[in-house]
Design a protein around this ligand. Structure first.
Ligand code: NAP
Length: 248
């Protein structure tokens, strides 16, 4: 029987690359998405065409009842959960902090912190040996923004990723003796549609002169780190982070 991985925000960008790579490594993949059903369906179709197993599951990870529904559908479809990738995340228009309102900050924190926390909770309930589970692995997709703070662009987003890193560290220790490993990956500037949400689709090319490797990254390069941390090859790694940021 195939291992099962849930990739939140798996329809586009880093999540899609992760879903496709995980499928090639033998996982059955649940591709969660928020709005873009077409993109998620395409990822599923590519996996199935390649002989793999996948399904698309719509849910807003920031909403507790929808997370419960997402995991209930996952249970019904696959009957097991071995790995979770908390990849779904959002940023909003670039601005300085003094122009931000609370509603915006709450949207970012809900998607980037509350969402992963709720998904971790559901995963632990299923994976932990304490609850009769078989163990598993969780990877939280953070950002180098957690380290730089993203001044002048989106310190709210950066703060959300800092919180995600703290969650990663704490949960890793909390469940270390229950068969679950929890790690983080911090991408740098990756070519995805996310930068358009910040109002600057060409952001990666603007900043690449400041990246030690002088180029942006591809989603597939981030997926390699995520899928490695999920794998048994990373069996002694927990509470750790891999920066995939060209040296930034
Ligand atoms: P992206 O191309 O904008 O894709 C984001 C994905 O997340 C989409 O599939 C979207 O679903 C999904 N999503 C957003 N909010 C959601 C919610 N509330 N519930 C469920 N799904 C939701 O982004 P990306 O660049 O691949 O980013 C993926 C992760 O990497 C994020 O956590 C991001 O913060 C992090 N990251 C990215 C970069 C970068 O340079 N791109 C750098 C550092 C960190 P729909 O397809 O349905 O809209």
């Amino acid at each position: 029987m195939r291992k099962v991985v849930l990739v939140t925000g798996g329809g586009r960008g880093i999540g899609a690359a992760t879903a496709l790579l995980a499928a090639r490594r033998g996982y059955a993949v649940a591709v969660n998405y928020l709005r873009d059903a077409g993109a998620a369906d395409e990822v599923v179709a590519r996996i199935v065409a390649d002989g793999g197993e996948a399904t698309a599951l719509q849910a807003d990870v920031a909403v507790e009842a929808q997370v419960a529904g997402l995991f209930a559908r996952l249970d019904a479809r696959f009957g097991r959960l071995d790995a979770l990738v908390n990849n779904a995340g959002v940023l909003e228009t670039q601005m300085r902090l003094e122009s931000m309102d609370a509603a915006r900050v709450r949207r970012v924190l809900d998607a980037n912190v509350v969402g992963p926390l709720l998904c971790c909770r559901e995963a632990v309930r299923r994976m932990s040996t304490r609850h009769g589970g078989q163990g598993g692995a969780i990877v939280n997709v953070s950002s180098v923004a957690a380290l730089t703070g993203s001044p002048g662009e989106y310190v709210d987003y950066a703060a959300s990723k800092g919180a995600l890193d703290t969650l990663t560290r704490g949960l890793a220790h909390e469940v270390a003796q229950e068969g679950i490993r929890v790690n983080g990956v911090r991408p740098g500037f990756i070519y995805t549609g996310m930068h358009a949400s910040g109002g600057e689709p060409g952001r990666v090319d603007r900043v690449k002169a400041f990246i030690p490797m002088r180029r942006g990254g591809q989603p597939e390069e981030v997926a390699q780190a995520i899928v490695w941390l999920l794998s048994d090859e990373a069996s002694y790694s927990t509470g750790g982070f891999i920066d995939v940021a060209g040296g930034r």
